[in-house]
Design a protein around this ligand. Structure first.
Ligand code: NAD
Length: 355
């Protein structure tokens, strides 16, 4: 069969996309969307938290096992073959459980990754330098009762404990902004401040709240909510996020700076737990626990995290929009009871509504 004829507007943009951490939860969904959109994708991942099996098998996708913190490897990748025009930097130490296990190691890892990118980009000629889209997090925002805007108050870079994650993401944003000479005019980095991206395939072990609830509901184990369970979060389906990013990566002109990337599925953690139990038809109880028991005595929670999506809506024609029921149903569908048992669900992990 002959391939469909492509018009100038339907033709995929030129150049390859490099995704560091592309075998992770967000990266693999993005890689799949990009490939479906006709783009050539290179994934560089050390598989410390990701899985190669998440990635589609497609001639347009090249998987490279390796450390994104190695500037020589990055430079070689940027110099060789067809030009990489977009660099999506997602490699990170992710999940409250992993961060709390060694907060300073997390800070050091993020610093090393950012430094490697900066050095690699500085070592390639300007006409081979890709536009950088670097994953940040909604955790960089200071606590607020209102929706969090890109220009709003931020946390300190040197926060300790769980805040080492947010601090190191903020430090990376600022580091990339400081190297102004690296970027072509109108092509400074975009900092993707993700808000609770969830969906099928997310590891409960990472400490993310929804996969943990789904696993536990599937085996009838109690769903543990921290404190009074009134913490508010907004969730986005990973497929919506991947589709939205695919659109943004194709844009020739996109303003630089921080960009909230999130959805509209808003709930308290207690309501989320009840919804998961209801939609799963599970006998699980929802119980309140002191987060200091599972996450350590120093653990600090965030009451409310709701994104202001005005900027994203101005830039994207398809911002994430799936409802909470759709998201929960999709996660449950990908996690039937047998899978839950096989995965050893029901373990007690620090499942925080972090982002
Ligand atoms: P993930 O853990 O699934 O993916 C991270 C990937 O990075 C993994 O595949 C891991 O193997 C890889 N990696 C780590 N260190 C590496 C290194 N040195 N070299 C190469 N690869 C390395 O996490 P995710 O949920 O897909 O998150 C992607 C990005 O988005 C991360 O930067 C994360 O901080 C950010 N983020 C995610 C969320 C969310 O809700 N999922 C929220 C806020 C921010």
């Amino acid at each position: 069969m002959r391939p469909p004829m492509q018009t100038a507007s339907s033709r995929p943009p030129r150049g390859r996309v490099l995704i560091t951490g592309g075998a992770g939860f967000v990266g693999s969904a993005l890689a799949a969307h990009l490939v479906r959109a006709g783009r050539e994708v290179v994934v560089l991942d050390d598989l410390s938290g990701g899985r190669r099996s998440r990635l589609p098998v497609d001639a347009r996708l090249e998987f490279l096992l390796g450390d994104a913190g190695d500037p020589d490897r990055l430079r070689a990748l940027l110099m060789d073959g067809e030009r990489i025009t977009r660099l999506v930097h997602l490699a990170a130490v992710v999940g409250v459980r992993r961060v709390l296990a060694d907060p300073e190691a997390c800070r050091a890892a993020h610093g090393r990754l950012a430094a490697a990118l900066e050095h690699a980009l500085a070592a390639v000629p300007v006409d081979r330098r890709p536009r950088l889209f670097a994953a940040s997090t909604s955790e960089v925002y200071a606590e607020s009762d209102g929706a969090l805007r890109e220009g709003g108050p931020l946390r300190a870079e040197d926060g300790c404990g769980r805040w080492a994650y947010a601090g190191s993401k903020l430090a990376a944003e600022r580091r990339f902004d400081r190297c102004a000479t690296l970027w072509a005019e109108d092509a400074a980095p975009v900092h993707l401040r993700f808000f609770n991206v969830v969906g099928p395939g997310q590891d409960a072990d990472s400490g993310m709240v929804l996969p943990n609830f789904v696993e536990r509901a599937r085996v009838g184990a109690a769903l543990e909510v921290h404190g009074d369970g009134r913490q508010e979060r907004t969730f986005a389906h990973v497929e919506d996020v991947a589709r939205c990013l695919t659109e943004l990566l194709a844009r020739e002109h996109l303003p630089a700076g921080p960009l909230n990337v999130g959805g509209t599925a808003h709930a308290t953690i207690e309501d989320l737990a009840q919804l998961v139990v209801e939609r799963a038809g599970s006998s699980s109880l929802v119980v309140r626990v002191d987060p200091r028991q599972s996450c350590g005595a120093e653990f600090e929670d965030v009451r409310r995290r709701v994104p202001d999506l005005s900027r994203l809506r101005r830039l994207s024609t398809c911002p994430p929009s799936r409802s909470l029921v759709e998201i929960v149903d999709d996660c449950l569908a990908a996690h039937p009871r047998d899978t839950a048992l096989a995965a050893g669900a029901g373990r007690n992990v620090c499942a925080s509504p972090a982002s």
